[in-house]
Design a protein around this ligand. Structure first.
Ligand code: HEM
Length: 443
């Protein structure tokens, strides 16, 4: 018979008593960091009535995400419980043969060469944001994080789905916030009474209806308008004949939710870090002047925009938009010499791996130049995850983030409002807890 718990002698180090999960949820980043510092790279603790394993060494992450990927599932992970009610059975949440089918279907649309075709849409939408900033009252700080969320949403819906959401962007961003806030504070056995839980749940249900309505509208619009312009296949064109309306709705919401919030956060943290590190910003300005000389960037400029690219990569090291990956073992396994029982919850936190002092020099400092030599050990730097289920949108995200950054910094300076508090909050994505209020001035 398969043992349900590993023999005591084989349990990885960790606290003897069950962890206070409410305290853990109040500051998950501090918790995963403390587990690593106090107990090492392979730890275990008991929380929510089960033993949870944390892996914080590249080879251990690779074991779960790549080498032994077939024996780990996303089903019944906390991520799954959070995302499935909203996203149904799309690429992010499905498993096994169904996942493999969806991945095959979607892959061609996300190839590196395919996504560069969207450069015009990316810079056009970014110019629209710049126009909006120009018409704002000079000198008044703006909620840049929200504006970037609207921007990445507008880009994603146009580039991937072939429709323009227009004014829905702002409301959509707010609905995503409400959904994230609820899901980010997801507790497996919530206390049914407290008023704030009830209110948050209500907000979530409303937000979910709104998001599903937007998805249905997008689908209906694509079904009536037919395929996008010749020569520019959208993802919708690839999927529309293969999936029914419910599956398509799940896929649409998956791509929108997985794709825009993450990219917006990567850009938000990058702009923040560049404001804090003027020498790095100066390198980018010099690069933009030299490569672009005032012209709008295109995909052809990407290889030359190395400082822009490194600034983003290093921002995603320090503030990985996705800060934790979780899986469940589908059969007993041995990791790093310890027995892992079938059904065990196994997690890798990018927040810990990306700042691990054994692997990075000056781990907490913003040093984009470290990405000048991109030969990193496998599965050390995981902003897009690793192995078979690595992010399908990674090329899209990097093309988009680089072109948005270049277009913005070509025209404006962004400066954090003096005294504005900035601290990361680990919800579904790693967000600035209080937002990011910045002043925009022409360059
Ligand atoms: C900076 C931006 C982004 C970051 C940091 C990011 C991060 C990630 C990570 C870490 C995973 C793996 C999760 C896991 O293994 O459990 C993932 C998966 C995924 N991402 Fe992204 N992502 C980004 C942008 C995008 C974009 C633009 C899209 C689509 C347009 C997208 C769609 C997806 C999908 C569908 C999956 C699931 C893939 C699968 O399981 O086969 N992401 N992403």
């Amino acid at each position: 018979m398969t043992p349900t718990t590993a023999p005591a002698a084989t349990v990885p180090p960790g606290p003897a008593d069950p962890v206070d999960m409410a305290a853990m949820r109040a500051d998950p980043l501090a918790f995963v960091t403390r587990m690593n510092r106090e107990y090492g790279d392979l730890t275990s603790h008991v929380g929510d009535g089960e033993r949870i394993y944390l892996l914080h060494r590249p080879d251990l992450a690779k074991h779960v995400l790549k080498d032994n990927f077939a024996h780990y599932t996303k089903a019944n992970t906390p991520d799954d419980a959070m995302l499935r009610p909203l996203l149904g059975n799309g690429l992010l949440t499905s498993d096994g043969a169904e996942w493999a089918r969806q991945r095959r279907l979607c892959a061609p649309a996300f190839r590196r060469t395919a996504v560069t075709a969207f450069d015009g849409i990316i810079t056009e939408e970014t110019h629209a944001l710049l126009d909006r900033w120009r018409s704002a009252e000079p000198g008044s700080p703006l909620p840049v994080d929200h504006h970037l969320t609207s921007l990445t949403l507008a880009i994603l819906t146009r580039a991937v789905l072939g429709v323009d959401l227009g004014a829905a962007g702002e409301g959509f961003g707010r609905a995503v916030d409400a959904a994230n806030r609820f899901m980010g504070h997801y507790v497996p056995d919530p206390d049914p009474d407290p008023q704030d839980t009830v209110l948050r749940r209500k907000g979530y249900v409303q937000a979910r209806s709104f998001l599903q309505l937007v998805a249905r509208t997008v689908i209906a619009s694509r079904r009536t308008t037919g395929p996008a312009a010749a020569g520019q296949d959208t993802l919708m064109d690839t999927m529309i004949g293969e999936l029914d309306d419910i599956d398509l709705r799940d896929q649409v919401l998956t791509l929108i939710m997985a794709g825009h919030e993450t990219t917006a956060k990567a850009l938000t943290w990058t702009l923040y870090l560049l404001d804090q590190h003027p020498a790095e910003a100066a390198l980018i300005h010099a690069e933009l002047d030299e490569v672009l000389a005032g012209r709008t960037p295109t995909a052809a400029d990407l290889p030359a925009l190395v400082h822009c690219r490194r600034a983003i990569e290093e921002a995603m090291r320090l503030y990985p938009p996705v800060w934790l990956i979780s899986r469940r073992a589908t059969r007993p396994d041995v990791i790093g010499g310890y027995e892992i029982p079938a059904g065990a919850l196994v997690c890798v936190s990018q927040w810990v791996l990306h700042r691990h002092p054994d692997h990075w020099e000056r781990p907490d400092d913003y040093v984009p130049a470290r990405f000048a030599d991109p030969e990193l050990p496998s599965h050390l730097y995981l902003p897009f995850g690793g192995g078979e289920r690595t992010c399908i949108g990674r090329h899209f995200a990097l093309v988009e983030a680089t072109l948005v950054l270049a277009t913005l910094l070509q025209s404006v300076h962004l400066t954090l409002e003096p005294g504005f508090p900035v601290e990361p909050e680990a919800l579904v994505t790693l967000r600035p807890k209080h937002g990011m209020r910045m002043t925009v001035t022409p360059r």
